[in-house]
Ligand binder design. Structure first.
Ligand code: ATP
Length: 508
C-alpha cells in the first residue's frame, strides 16, 4: 500500500466527521498545519499517552517523569545549537510559487530512482524464479548498476554540500539532476536559503531583543537543564532516564500532510543518562525496547522498519528512525539518538554551572552520555488511526467503515444501547451505565435503530456494544456485540466487566 492518497483523504474526512480531528480555526478558513482533537480524538490521544507513560515511567524503576515549561531561557537554544543550526534548506519554484524543502526534493528524486531499481529486480526475480540471486543481479545488471551509481553520486555530493552549507551547489545539483516542480513541471527555481524553524515571541512588556524567547521546538532541552534537579531530588543512580510528554512547535516549511507534519505538535521523549563508553550498548537496548513497544500495540511488525541515519546530526554518534507504513508511505515515527554529552556539555559551558554526576562507587565526577527516544504523539495517533481504518463489505451486501483499534486505545470501550426508548429500557440501561462508567469510558445512546447505532460505534472503533431489551428486565441478561466479528452473545449483566477487561488487557 505505497502512497495511497485516496485512502489518506478518506481517513482525514472520517476523522473530522466522527469527532477525532478538526482543522484549527475552521470557521475562519483554518490555520495551516494546526489541528484540534475532538471528543473521540482526545480520548484516543490520552490513551496513547497513558500507554507510553505507563510502559516508560511506571514499568521502569529507573525512569522518572518531568513536566517542564514551554518557555525557557533563550540561551538554552543557543547552547543546544537550535539558534544557529535548526533550519531546513528551502527553495521556491518561480512559476508555481510553491515552496519546498530542498532536501525533500532530492530525497524524493532518489526514491524514484530506487523504485526503478526495485522494479527491475522484481521483474528479474519473476523471470529467474528459484535460482534468482539478487545480490549478483544488483552488481551485474548494467541498468541497475548505473542507477545505483547515480544514487550514490547524488547522495555524496548533496550531503557534502549541505554539510558545508554550500547552498549554491545544492541548487546546482537540483538543476543538474533535472528535478522539476511537481505542480508547474518546470525547473525555474530560486536560490536555496536556510530557514530557521523556531517560533519566537516577546516576553514581558519591554519590546527589546533581549526579551525575545522561543517556543520550544523539542521537549528534550527541558530535561537536560533539569538533569541535576531530577537526579538529586529523586535520588537517581546512573543509568537512569527522564521522560516527558509535551507540546513542541516548529515553523515547518512544507506542511501538507495532516497530523504527520504539524506546526504545533506533541512529543513523548525520554533521555537516558549513561556512563560514557556505554552509550552504544544502551542505544541498541532502546532500539529493541522501543520496537517492542510499537508491536505490543497489536499492529503487525511488517508495518515498521528501522532506518539508520547515514548523515549524523552534529550531536550524535549513532541514530536510527523507527519508520511506519503510513498511507503516504514509510515515514519516520520515532527517532532514537545517541546524543553523547553534547547537550549537557554545551549547557555547562554557556551557563557556567556544573551538570555532572558523582559516581559513588568509583568516586569520580563525569558528564553523562545520553541516549534519547523521541516519538511524535500525533504521528502515533495517525499511525494507529490509519492502520485501524477498514472499509468492509458485509455478507448481506451492505458496507461498513470500522476502526478496529486495539481495545486498550479505543476512545470508547463500551456502548450502552437500550433497544427502545420506552418500557423502562432506558432506565435499566442508565443503571448499567452508572455501574460501568467508573471502570471504562462508556457511551450511552438511545436514538435511531439499533443497526444504525452499531454502525456509528463501529465508525469510532468501540469494541463492545451492550443492548438492553425486554428480556433484560426479566432475567438480567444483555446481548454483547463484538465490533470485529459482529457476533452477538447473550450474557448475564455481571459478566460484562470481565469480558471488557480481558479484551483491554489480554495478557492479564
Ligand atoms: P522529520 O525528519 O520528519 O522532520 P525530525 O527528524 O525533525 O522529523 P525529531 O526532531 O527527531 O524529528 O523529532 C522526534 C519526533 O517528533 C519525530 O519522530 C516525529 O514523530 C515528531 N515530529 C517532529 N516534527 C513533527 C511535526 N512537524 N509534526 C508532528 N510530529 C513531528
Amino acid at each position: 500500500m505505497a502512497n495511497n492518497e485516496e485512502l489518506f483523504k478518506k481517513i482525514i474526512s472520517h476523522a473530522k466527521e466522527y469527532g477525532f480531528v478538526f482543522p484549527s480555526s475552521e470557521i475562519y478558513d483554518g490555520l495551516s498545519a494546526v489541528y484540534d482533537y475532538g471528543p473521540f480524538g482526545v480520548e484516543l490521544k490520552n490513551n496513547i499517552k497513558e500507554y507510553w507513560w505507563e510502559s516508560m515511567v511506571r514499568y521502569h524503576e529507573n525512569i522518572v517523569g518531568l513536566d517542564s515549561a514551554i518557555f525557557m531561557h533563550p540561551d538554552i537554544w543557543k547552547a543546544s545549537g537550535h539558534v544557529d543550526a535548526f533550519s531546513d534548506p528551502m527553495i521556491d519554484n518561480k512559476d508555481s510559487k510553491k515552496r519546498y524543502r530542498a532536501d525533500v526534493l532530492v530525497e524524493e528524486h532518489l526514491q524514484k530512482i530506487e523504485d526503478k531499481i526495485q522494479k527491475e529486480v522484481e521483474k528479474a526475480r519473476q523471470r529467474f524464479g528459484e535460482s534468482f540471486d539478487e545480490q549478483m543481479y544488483r552488481t551485474t545488471n548494467q541498468r541497475v548498476v548505473e542507477n545505483q551509481a547515480k544514487i550514490d553520486s547524488i547522495k555524496t555530493r548533496f550531503y557534502a554540500s549541505l554539510g558545508k552549507n554550500d547552498l549554491a551547489d545544492v541548487k546546482a545539483l537540483i538543476e543538474e539532476t533535472g528535478i522539476v516542480c511537481p505542480v508547474s513541471g518546470t525547473k525555474n527555481w530560486t536560490e536555496v536559503r536556510q530557514f530557521n524553524l523556531m517560533f519566537s515571541t516577546q516576553m514581558g512588556s519591554v519590546n527589546e531583543d533581549a526579551n525575545m524567547i522561543y517556543l520550544r521546538p523539542e521537549t528534550a532541552q527541558g530535561i537536560f537543564v533539569n538533569f541535576l534537579n531530577v537526579q538529586k531530588s529523586a535520588r537517581m543512580k546512573i543509568p537512569f532516564g527522564i521522560a516527558q510528554i509535551g507540546k513542541a512547535f516548529r515553523n515547518e516549511i512544507v506542511a501538507r500532510q495532516f497530523l504527520f507534519r504539524m506546526r504545533e505538535f506533541e512529543q513523548m521523549e525520554m533521555q537516558f543518562f549513561v556512563k560514557p563508553g556505554e552509550e552504544l550498548q544502551w542505544f541498541e537496548f532502546w532500539k529493541k525496547e522501543r520496537m517492542k513497544w510499537h508491536t505490543s500495540l497489536g499492529i503487525p511488525a511488517s508495518k515498521y522498519r528501522f532506518h539508520d541515519h547515514e548523515k549524523l546530526a552534529h550531536y550524535a554518534n549513532a541514530a536510527t528512525d523507527i519508520e511506519f507504513e503510513f498511507p503516504i508511505g514509510f515515514k519516520e515515527l520515532e527517532g532514537i539518538h545517541s546524543r553523547t554529552d553534547f547537550d549537557l556539555g554545551a549547557h555547562q559551558k554557556l551557563s557556567g554551572k556544573k551538570l555532572q554526576y558523582f559516581d559513588q562507587e568509583t568516586s569520580e565526577n563525569y558528564t553523562p552520555y545520553v541516549v534519547e527516544t523521541s516519538i511524535g504523539l500525533d504521528r502515533t495517533f495517525l499511525a494507529v488511526l490509519s492502520h485501524s481504518y477498514r472499509e468492509e463489505k458485509l455478507e448481506d451486501g451492505s458496507e461498513r467503515v470500522v476502526l478496529n483499534f486495539p481495545a486498550r486505545l479505543a476512545p470508547v470501550k463500551v456502548a450502552i444501547l437500550p433497544l427502545m426508548k420506552k418500557d423502562n429500557l432506558p432506565e435499566k440501561a442508565r443503571e448499567l451505565m452508572d455501574s460501568l462508567k467508573f471502570s471504562f469510558q462508556c457511551y450511552y445512546e438511545e436514538k435511531d435503530t439499533i443497526g444504525r447505532r452499531y454502525r456509528r460505534m463501529d465508525a469510532i472503533g468501540t469494541p463492545f456494544c451492550i443492548t438492553i431489551d425486554h428480556q433484560t428486565l426479566q432475567d438480567n441478561t444483555v446481548t454483547i456485540r463484538d465490533r470485529d466479528t459482529m457476533l452477538q452473545e447473550r450474557i448475564p449483566i455481571e459478566g460484562i466487566s470481565e469480558i471488557v477487561q480481558k479484551k483491554i488487557f489480554p495478557a492479564a
